[in-house]
Design a protein. Sequence first.
Length: 405
Amino acid sequence: MGTRYRAVLSVPGAGPLFASALVGRFPQGMSSLAILLLVRGTTHSYAAAGAAVGAFALATAACAPVIGRLVDHFGRARVLMPFASVQAVVYALIVVAAVSGGGAAVLIVLSAAAGALLPPIAPSVRSLLREVFDDQSVLDTAYALESIFQETIWIVGPLIVALVIAVTSPEVAVAMLGVVCVGGTALYLRSPLVRSSASAQGVGHERVSALASPELRALLGPIFLTGVSLGAVEVGLPSLALHAGSRPASGLLLALWSVGSMCGGLWYGAHVWRSPLSTRYQLLLGVMLLSTAPLIAARSIPAGVVCSLLAGIAVAPVFSCQYALVGRAVTPGSETEAFTWVSAALIGGLAAGSAIGGAVIGLGGVGAPFVFACLASMLGALIAVGFRGRVRQPATDSDCATVSD
Protein backbone atom coordinates (compact mmCIF):
# COMPACT_ATOMS: atom_id res chain seq x y z
CA MET A 1 0.00 0.00 0.00
CA GLY A 2 2.79 2.42 0.86
CA THR A 3 4.55 2.19 -2.51
CA ARG A 4 2.20 4.56 -4.32
CA TYR A 5 2.21 7.08 -1.48
CA ARG A 6 6.03 6.98 -1.36
CA ALA A 7 6.02 7.82 -5.07
CA VAL A 8 4.11 11.01 -4.22
CA LEU A 9 6.08 12.01 -1.12
CA SER A 10 9.44 11.25 -2.75
CA VAL A 11 9.00 14.25 -5.05
CA PRO A 12 11.17 17.06 -3.62
CA GLY A 13 9.01 19.54 -1.75
CA ALA A 14 5.87 17.35 -1.68
CA GLY A 15 6.07 16.73 2.07
CA PRO A 16 6.32 20.44 3.00
CA LEU A 17 3.53 21.22 0.54
CA PHE A 18 1.06 18.80 2.12
CA ALA A 19 2.10 19.72 5.68
CA SER A 20 1.88 23.48 5.16
CA ALA A 21 -1.44 23.19 3.33
CA LEU A 22 -2.78 21.16 6.26
CA VAL A 23 -1.84 23.90 8.74
CA GLY A 24 -3.21 26.61 6.47
CA ARG A 25 -6.59 24.88 6.24
CA PHE A 26 -7.05 24.13 9.92
CA PRO A 27 -9.33 27.17 10.38
CA GLN A 28 -11.80 25.48 8.01
CA GLY A 29 -12.24 22.67 10.51
CA MET A 30 -12.29 25.01 13.50
CA SER A 31 -14.39 27.99 12.44
CA SER A 32 -17.89 26.50 12.59
CA LEU A 33 -17.63 25.28 16.17
CA ALA A 34 -15.73 28.34 17.41
CA ILE A 35 -18.21 30.81 15.88
CA LEU A 36 -21.18 28.72 16.97
CA LEU A 37 -20.10 28.66 20.61
CA LEU A 38 -19.07 32.32 20.65
CA VAL A 39 -22.34 33.59 19.19
CA ARG A 40 -24.37 31.22 21.37
CA GLY A 41 -22.58 32.43 24.49
CA THR A 42 -22.99 36.08 23.53
CA THR A 43 -26.61 36.08 22.35
CA HIS A 44 -27.90 33.04 24.31
CA SER A 45 -29.63 31.99 21.09
CA TYR A 46 -28.99 28.81 19.14
CA ALA A 47 -30.92 30.32 16.23
CA ALA A 48 -28.49 33.25 16.03
CA ALA A 49 -25.52 30.91 16.38
CA GLY A 50 -26.82 28.68 13.60
CA ALA A 51 -27.46 31.71 11.40
CA ALA A 52 -23.89 32.93 11.94
CA VAL A 53 -22.41 29.56 10.97
CA GLY A 54 -24.74 29.33 7.98
CA ALA A 55 -23.82 32.85 6.88
CA PHE A 56 -20.13 31.94 7.08
CA ALA A 57 -20.62 28.83 4.93
CA LEU A 58 -22.85 30.44 2.33
CA ALA A 59 -20.55 33.46 1.98
CA THR A 60 -17.62 31.09 1.46
CA ALA A 61 -19.50 29.21 -1.25
CA ALA A 62 -20.55 32.43 -2.99
CA CYS A 63 -17.15 34.13 -2.97
CA ALA A 64 -14.76 31.18 -3.43
CA PRO A 65 -14.98 31.13 -7.26
CA VAL A 66 -14.33 34.88 -7.40
CA ILE A 67 -11.23 34.56 -5.21
CA GLY A 68 -10.14 31.50 -7.19
CA ARG A 69 -10.26 33.48 -10.40
CA LEU A 70 -8.18 36.22 -8.77
CA VAL A 71 -5.59 33.59 -7.80
CA ASP A 72 -5.45 32.35 -11.40
CA HIS A 73 -5.04 35.91 -12.66
CA PHE A 74 -2.64 37.46 -10.13
CA GLY A 75 -0.94 34.43 -8.60
CA ARG A 76 -1.20 32.68 -5.24
CA ALA A 77 1.10 34.95 -3.24
CA ARG A 78 -0.60 38.17 -4.33
CA VAL A 79 -4.08 36.96 -3.38
CA LEU A 80 -3.97 34.39 -0.59
CA MET A 81 -1.95 36.42 1.91
CA PRO A 82 -3.99 39.63 1.65
CA PHE A 83 -7.25 37.71 2.03
CA ALA A 84 -5.88 35.77 5.01
CA SER A 85 -4.75 39.01 6.66
CA VAL A 86 -8.08 40.77 6.20
CA GLN A 87 -9.94 37.68 7.39
CA ALA A 88 -7.83 37.71 10.56
CA VAL A 89 -8.90 41.32 11.14
CA VAL A 90 -12.55 40.30 10.75
CA TYR A 91 -12.10 37.50 13.29
CA ALA A 92 -10.72 40.11 15.68
CA LEU A 93 -13.76 42.30 15.02
CA ILE A 94 -16.04 39.36 15.84
CA VAL A 95 -14.30 39.00 19.19
CA VAL A 96 -14.55 42.75 19.86
CA ALA A 97 -18.25 42.73 18.95
CA ALA A 98 -18.90 39.79 21.26
CA VAL A 99 -17.00 41.27 24.19
CA SER A 100 -18.69 44.67 23.77
CA GLY A 101 -22.15 43.13 23.68
CA GLY A 102 -22.75 43.44 19.95
CA GLY A 103 -26.11 42.17 18.80
CA ALA A 104 -26.84 39.02 16.85
CA ALA A 105 -27.16 40.91 13.57
CA VAL A 106 -23.64 42.35 13.89
CA LEU A 107 -22.14 38.96 14.67
CA ILE A 108 -23.95 37.32 11.76
CA VAL A 109 -22.77 39.99 9.30
CA LEU A 110 -19.19 39.74 10.54
CA SER A 111 -19.33 35.94 10.31
CA ALA A 112 -20.47 36.25 6.70
CA ALA A 113 -17.59 38.63 6.01
CA ALA A 114 -15.12 36.16 7.50
CA GLY A 115 -16.49 33.38 5.33
CA ALA A 116 -16.33 35.52 2.21
CA LEU A 117 -12.63 36.20 2.81
CA LEU A 118 -11.56 32.57 3.32
CA PRO A 119 -8.34 32.05 1.30
CA PRO A 120 -8.89 29.07 -1.05
CA ILE A 121 -5.85 27.07 -0.03
CA ALA A 122 -7.43 23.68 -0.77
CA PRO A 123 -8.30 24.55 -4.40
CA SER A 124 -4.87 26.12 -4.75
CA VAL A 125 -3.22 22.89 -3.62
CA ARG A 126 -5.28 20.78 -6.01
CA SER A 127 -4.46 23.00 -8.97
CA LEU A 128 -0.77 22.97 -8.00
CA LEU A 129 -0.70 19.17 -7.90
CA ARG A 130 -1.52 19.20 -11.63
CA GLU A 131 1.70 21.12 -12.22
CA VAL A 132 3.87 18.97 -9.98
CA PHE A 133 2.88 15.46 -11.08
CA ASP A 134 3.07 14.59 -14.77
CA ASP A 135 2.25 10.91 -14.35
CA GLN A 136 -1.56 10.58 -14.20
CA SER A 137 -1.57 7.66 -11.77
CA VAL A 138 0.81 9.43 -9.37
CA LEU A 139 -1.28 12.60 -9.65
CA ASP A 140 -4.41 10.69 -8.74
CA THR A 141 -2.69 9.15 -5.72
CA ALA A 142 -1.65 12.66 -4.72
CA TYR A 143 -5.30 13.69 -4.88
CA ALA A 144 -6.15 10.75 -2.64
CA LEU A 145 -3.49 11.74 -0.11
CA GLU A 146 -4.79 15.30 -0.19
CA SER A 147 -8.30 14.05 0.59
CA ILE A 148 -6.99 12.14 3.58
CA PHE A 149 -5.38 15.30 4.94
CA GLN A 150 -8.69 17.08 4.39
CA GLU A 151 -10.43 14.55 6.63
CA THR A 152 -7.78 15.19 9.30
CA ILE A 153 -8.88 18.82 9.42
CA TRP A 154 -12.47 17.89 10.22
CA ILE A 155 -11.42 15.47 12.94
CA VAL A 156 -8.67 17.44 14.68
CA GLY A 157 -10.00 20.98 14.15
CA PRO A 158 -13.08 20.69 16.39
CA LEU A 159 -11.01 18.91 19.04
CA ILE A 160 -8.57 21.83 19.14
CA VAL A 161 -11.44 24.30 19.49
CA ALA A 162 -13.01 22.26 22.27
CA LEU A 163 -9.70 22.09 24.13
CA VAL A 164 -9.03 25.85 23.77
CA ILE A 165 -12.54 26.73 24.97
CA ALA A 166 -12.26 24.33 27.90
CA VAL A 167 -9.03 26.02 28.99
CA THR A 168 -9.86 29.63 28.03
CA SER A 169 -12.98 30.92 26.24
CA PRO A 170 -14.79 31.02 22.87
CA GLU A 171 -13.36 34.50 22.30
CA VAL A 172 -9.82 33.13 22.44
CA ALA A 173 -10.78 30.31 20.07
CA VAL A 174 -12.11 32.75 17.46
CA ALA A 175 -9.07 35.02 17.84
CA MET A 176 -6.88 31.97 17.33
CA LEU A 177 -8.56 31.35 13.97
CA GLY A 178 -7.04 34.56 12.64
CA VAL A 179 -3.58 33.70 13.93
CA VAL A 180 -3.67 30.21 12.43
CA CYS A 181 -5.07 31.52 9.15
CA VAL A 182 -2.29 34.09 8.67
CA GLY A 183 0.48 31.82 9.93
CA GLY A 184 -0.71 28.79 7.98
CA THR A 185 -1.15 30.74 4.76
CA ALA A 186 2.33 32.23 5.09
CA LEU A 187 3.75 28.76 5.72
CA TYR A 188 1.98 27.40 2.65
CA LEU A 189 3.20 30.21 0.41
CA ARG A 190 6.78 29.65 1.61
CA SER A 191 6.79 25.95 0.72
CA PRO A 192 9.26 25.24 -2.12
CA LEU A 193 6.76 23.88 -4.64
CA VAL A 194 4.49 26.90 -4.25
CA ARG A 195 7.34 29.37 -4.68
CA SER A 196 8.67 27.58 -7.77
CA SER A 197 5.25 27.10 -9.34
CA ALA A 198 4.84 28.41 -12.87
CA SER A 199 1.52 29.99 -11.87
CA ALA A 200 2.77 31.41 -8.59
CA GLN A 201 2.78 34.91 -10.04
CA GLY A 202 -0.22 34.47 -12.28
CA VAL A 203 1.68 33.85 -15.51
CA GLY A 204 0.72 31.37 -18.21
CA HIS A 205 -2.47 30.93 -20.20
CA GLU A 206 -4.98 33.54 -21.21
CA ARG A 207 -7.51 33.82 -18.40
CA VAL A 208 -10.93 32.37 -19.14
CA SER A 209 -13.82 31.33 -16.93
CA ALA A 210 -13.63 27.82 -15.55
CA LEU A 211 -17.31 27.42 -16.42
CA ALA A 212 -16.37 27.56 -20.10
CA SER A 213 -15.71 23.83 -19.68
CA PRO A 214 -18.93 21.82 -20.34
CA GLU A 215 -17.44 18.88 -18.44
CA LEU A 216 -17.02 21.02 -15.31
CA ARG A 217 -20.56 22.33 -15.59
CA ALA A 218 -21.84 18.76 -15.88
CA LEU A 219 -19.93 17.76 -12.74
CA LEU A 220 -21.37 20.46 -10.50
CA GLY A 221 -24.77 18.75 -10.21
CA PRO A 222 -23.43 15.44 -8.83
CA ILE A 223 -21.01 17.34 -6.60
CA PHE A 224 -23.85 19.42 -5.17
CA LEU A 225 -25.89 16.26 -4.52
CA THR A 226 -22.88 14.64 -2.84
CA GLY A 227 -22.83 17.63 -0.49
CA VAL A 228 -26.57 17.23 0.13
CA SER A 229 -26.05 13.60 1.10
CA LEU A 230 -23.15 14.41 3.43
CA GLY A 231 -25.04 17.31 5.02
CA ALA A 232 -27.99 15.05 5.80
CA VAL A 233 -25.72 12.45 7.40
CA GLU A 234 -23.95 15.17 9.39
CA VAL A 235 -27.30 16.14 10.93
CA GLY A 236 -28.54 12.58 11.23
CA LEU A 237 -25.65 11.18 13.28
CA PRO A 238 -26.11 13.56 16.26
CA SER A 239 -29.85 12.89 16.04
CA LEU A 240 -29.17 9.16 16.23
CA ALA A 241 -26.98 9.66 19.31
CA LEU A 242 -29.67 11.74 21.05
CA HIS A 243 -32.32 9.17 20.16
CA ALA A 244 -30.13 6.48 21.74
CA GLY A 245 -29.83 8.60 24.91
CA SER A 246 -26.19 9.68 24.62
CA ARG A 247 -25.45 13.29 23.65
CA PRO A 248 -21.64 12.80 23.99
CA ALA A 249 -21.82 10.01 21.39
CA SER A 250 -22.64 12.64 18.74
CA GLY A 251 -18.98 13.58 18.43
CA LEU A 252 -17.94 9.93 18.45
CA LEU A 253 -20.22 9.02 15.55
CA LEU A 254 -19.12 12.01 13.49
CA ALA A 255 -15.46 11.22 14.17
CA LEU A 256 -15.92 7.57 13.18
CA TRP A 257 -17.60 8.69 9.97
CA SER A 258 -14.46 10.68 9.12
CA VAL A 259 -12.21 7.79 10.17
CA GLY A 260 -14.12 5.53 7.79
CA SER A 261 -13.55 8.07 5.03
CA MET A 262 -9.81 8.18 5.75
CA CYS A 263 -9.59 4.38 5.66
CA GLY A 264 -11.44 4.28 2.35
CA GLY A 265 -9.19 6.98 0.95
CA LEU A 266 -6.03 5.17 2.03
CA TRP A 267 -7.17 1.94 0.42
CA TYR A 268 -8.37 3.63 -2.74
CA GLY A 269 -5.23 5.68 -3.24
CA ALA A 270 -2.99 2.65 -2.90
CA HIS A 271 -4.50 0.82 -5.87
CA VAL A 272 -4.11 1.08 -9.63
CA TRP A 273 -7.54 1.27 -11.24
CA ARG A 274 -8.18 0.17 -14.83
CA SER A 275 -11.81 1.23 -15.21
CA PRO A 276 -12.67 4.59 -16.82
CA LEU A 277 -12.70 7.36 -14.25
CA SER A 278 -16.20 8.61 -15.03
CA THR A 279 -17.62 5.09 -14.72
CA ARG A 280 -15.80 4.59 -11.44
CA TYR A 281 -17.17 7.87 -10.10
CA GLN A 282 -20.73 6.77 -10.81
CA LEU A 283 -20.11 3.41 -9.14
CA LEU A 284 -18.61 5.05 -6.06
CA LEU A 285 -21.71 7.22 -5.68
CA GLY A 286 -23.65 3.96 -5.68
CA VAL A 287 -21.30 2.56 -3.01
CA MET A 288 -21.90 5.70 -0.94
CA LEU A 289 -25.62 5.00 -1.14
CA LEU A 290 -25.20 1.36 -0.08
CA SER A 291 -22.78 2.15 2.75
CA THR A 292 -25.08 4.86 4.14
CA ALA A 293 -28.25 2.74 3.95
CA PRO A 294 -27.59 0.68 7.15
CA LEU A 295 -27.83 3.90 9.18
CA ILE A 296 -31.54 4.02 8.33
CA ALA A 297 -32.15 1.07 10.66
CA ALA A 298 -29.61 1.98 13.37
CA ARG A 299 -31.21 2.84 16.71
CA SER A 300 -28.48 2.17 19.28
CA ILE A 301 -24.97 3.48 19.92
CA PRO A 302 -23.24 0.16 19.10
CA ALA A 303 -25.13 -0.03 15.80
CA GLY A 304 -24.38 3.62 15.16
CA VAL A 305 -20.66 3.06 15.75
CA VAL A 306 -20.46 0.28 13.16
CA CYS A 307 -22.72 1.98 10.65
CA SER A 308 -21.00 5.38 10.96
CA LEU A 309 -17.64 3.82 10.20
CA LEU A 310 -19.14 1.98 7.23
CA ALA A 311 -20.93 5.09 5.94
CA GLY A 312 -17.66 6.98 5.59
CA ILE A 313 -15.86 4.35 3.50
CA ALA A 314 -16.80 5.80 0.11
CA VAL A 315 -16.56 9.51 0.97
CA ALA A 316 -12.85 10.15 0.32
CA PRO A 317 -12.82 7.95 -2.82
CA VAL A 318 -15.77 9.92 -4.20
CA PHE A 319 -13.93 13.18 -3.55
CA SER A 320 -10.84 11.69 -5.18
CA CYS A 321 -12.74 10.91 -8.35
CA GLN A 322 -14.32 14.34 -8.35
CA TYR A 323 -10.97 16.11 -8.20
CA ALA A 324 -9.45 13.87 -10.86
CA LEU A 325 -12.41 14.52 -13.15
CA VAL A 326 -12.14 18.26 -12.56
CA GLY A 327 -8.42 18.08 -13.28
CA ARG A 328 -9.16 16.60 -16.69
CA ALA A 329 -12.06 18.93 -17.44
CA VAL A 330 -10.43 22.21 -16.40
CA THR A 331 -9.81 24.97 -18.93
CA PRO A 332 -6.08 25.95 -18.95
CA GLY A 333 -5.55 29.13 -16.98
CA SER A 334 -8.58 28.65 -14.72
CA GLU A 335 -7.38 25.75 -12.57
CA THR A 336 -7.85 27.30 -9.14
CA GLU A 337 -11.23 28.77 -10.07
CA ALA A 338 -12.39 25.35 -11.26
CA PHE A 339 -11.60 23.74 -7.93
CA THR A 340 -13.27 26.61 -6.06
CA TRP A 341 -16.46 25.92 -8.03
CA VAL A 342 -16.24 22.37 -6.72
CA SER A 343 -15.94 23.71 -3.18
CA ALA A 344 -18.84 26.09 -3.73
CA ALA A 345 -21.11 23.34 -5.05
CA LEU A 346 -20.15 21.04 -2.20
CA ILE A 347 -20.68 23.68 0.50
CA GLY A 348 -24.00 24.66 -1.02
CA GLY A 349 -25.05 21.02 -0.98
CA LEU A 350 -23.92 20.58 2.62
CA ALA A 351 -26.01 23.58 3.68
CA ALA A 352 -29.08 22.30 1.84
CA GLY A 353 -28.62 18.76 3.10
CA SER A 354 -28.22 19.89 6.70
CA ALA A 355 -31.33 22.06 6.53
CA ILE A 356 -33.53 19.46 4.86
CA GLY A 357 -32.07 16.60 6.88
CA GLY A 358 -32.93 18.41 10.10
CA ALA A 359 -36.43 19.17 8.88
CA VAL A 360 -37.28 15.59 7.93
CA ILE A 361 -36.38 14.26 11.38
CA GLY A 362 -39.60 15.70 12.76
CA LEU A 363 -41.59 14.17 9.91
CA GLY A 364 -40.03 10.75 9.49
CA GLY A 365 -38.03 10.03 12.62
CA VAL A 366 -34.38 9.41 13.31
CA GLY A 367 -33.83 7.39 10.13
CA ALA A 368 -35.28 10.02 7.79
CA PRO A 369 -32.07 12.02 7.21
CA PHE A 370 -30.29 8.86 6.09
CA VAL A 371 -33.11 8.01 3.68
CA PHE A 372 -32.78 11.50 2.25
CA ALA A 373 -28.98 11.10 2.03
CA CYS A 374 -29.37 7.86 0.08
CA LEU A 375 -31.84 9.47 -2.31
CA ALA A 376 -29.39 12.32 -2.95
CA SER A 377 -26.57 9.86 -3.67
CA MET A 378 -28.81 7.89 -6.01
CA LEU A 379 -29.83 11.02 -7.91
CA GLY A 380 -26.18 12.08 -8.13
CA ALA A 381 -25.23 8.70 -9.59
CA LEU A 382 -28.02 8.96 -12.16
CA ILE A 383 -27.00 12.47 -13.21
CA ALA A 384 -23.38 11.32 -13.43
CA VAL A 385 -24.41 9.19 -16.40
CA GLY A 386 -24.73 12.45 -18.31
CA PHE A 387 -21.01 13.11 -18.44
CA ARG A 388 -19.81 9.54 -19.00
CA GLY A 389 -17.73 9.57 -22.13
CA ARG A 390 -17.48 13.38 -22.15
CA VAL A 391 -14.49 13.63 -19.82
CA ARG A 392 -11.06 13.50 -21.44
CA GLN A 393 -9.39 10.15 -20.80
CA PRO A 394 -5.67 9.33 -20.68
CA ALA A 395 -4.10 7.84 -23.75
CA THR A 396 -3.40 4.41 -22.24
CA ASP A 397 -5.13 2.06 -19.87
CA SER A 398 -2.23 2.23 -17.45
CA ASP A 399 -2.80 5.95 -17.14
CA CYS A 400 -6.31 5.28 -15.93
CA ALA A 401 -5.01 4.42 -12.48
CA THR A 402 -7.04 7.00 -10.68
CA VAL A 403 -7.46 8.41 -7.23
CA SER A 404 -8.17 11.74 -5.54
CA ASP A 405 -9.71 13.75 -2.62
